[in-house]
Design a protein around this ligand. Sequence first.
Ligand code: PNW
Length: 452
Amino acid sequence: MSTLTYSSPFPPSFVFGVAAAAAQIEGAAFTDGKGESIWDRFCRVPGKVAGGDTLDVACDHYNRFDDDFALMASLGVKHYRLSIAWPRIYPQGDGPVNKNGINFYRRLLASMARHGITPWVTLFHWDLPQALEDRGGWTSRVTVNAFARYADTVVKEFGALVKNWITLNEIRCFTLLAYGLGSKAPGRREGKAVVNQTCHHALLAHGHAVRAVREFGGPGTRVGLTDNCDVSVPVTETPDDIAAAQAWFLDKNEHILGAIHGGGYSPAYLARTGVDAPQVQPGDFDLISQPTDFLGLNIYTATYVRSGEGGEPYEALALPASYPRADSPWLNLVPQAIYWAARMCHELYGHRSIYVTENGCGYDEERVVGGEVVDLHRRDFLRNHLRELHRAIADGIPVDGYFLWSFVDNYEWEDGYGRRFGIVHCDYETLERTPKLSARYYADVVRTRTIL
Ligand code: PNW
């Protein structure tokens, strides 16, 4: 059990960081040999992205990373979760390597080191090379094999500088939302069998990334998946509702966390998917179910669950229209999500090292007035979530770090630039950065290791 009490500071080893992703901040979408990504294509399809916003310039982090890291360091933030853009390294996905892309990330990682910031690198945060989409994208094993080669290259090139690797970001979002619902690139609306297959291929890619890190990462290197599991919060913290929330959690996460930890798809999942179950080849789960060093969780919201009636294992509550939410319509404000997600992953799958790799909130109206952005709503969001995180640690749940999403306002995928998640404001006309009130708050938390 942890020796932390409910009033102690966060442990000295606890990692406080910020997170972002290449496509959302870098810009320079066609610079120095970078290939087209599926988002570069998708954002140009009329009606797909709010305001027709493209990723061409974004926050121009490609040219401003030195200043951005200086600002990060000035806030006392010493850990940064970033991603590498696959189409910068392999413009065609699996053809010749682009030396300019390698050199860019070398310069970027060197700048982080100069500023005393530790990198946590995600290999894939949704920007699939369009050339691979043209060959089937995540519906095809061509993409899995290309990803394996890309992961090998990246870990070999940057392994000396990067000790913490994240394989993939949020499998659900780049499979179900991208190939099923069509809201994310490439915007396809396929049936269940195809979507389940994309998810299986993503699991294989995760396995390849773990393999690549083990093979080429060198001593002391750690690797894990970042998942946005569906999170249940028991309506009351009584044994019956907790058991119901656990049963719901296992059901909703059986195709990703369940499959990885179970060494295969469960009989219940196979029965439920029937003819739409993914095609599995011999050896797939040897890759998929390799042990990892940590689990990354992106926490935004949750579903309230209570014990069911009439023999039902659980009942999920529909939220009233008046329930508090951020401007992202899916982002109901449930701070306990962070506590229960960590607790479930520890208790149900035996995870011994958990990092919250994203947590944050998106709002539309955040203006600089008199040199300030007074985002009290985000300050309170952070405080409420950090309290629940602290409670988890005090209860002995092994949460080792927290990455706030996001450092600077950025391209919020299909919602474009209008939806802001940053603790630093970005003026998209001038590209000027202005730390918001929440940045000063987070800096104080990081400095004092207490929730102020
Ligand atoms: C995550 N949902 O996306 C991504 O990792 C980030 O790139 C993104 O900017 C951030 O969260 C904020 O949206 C999500 O519908 C997108 O539940 C959608 C959902 C969850 C996470």
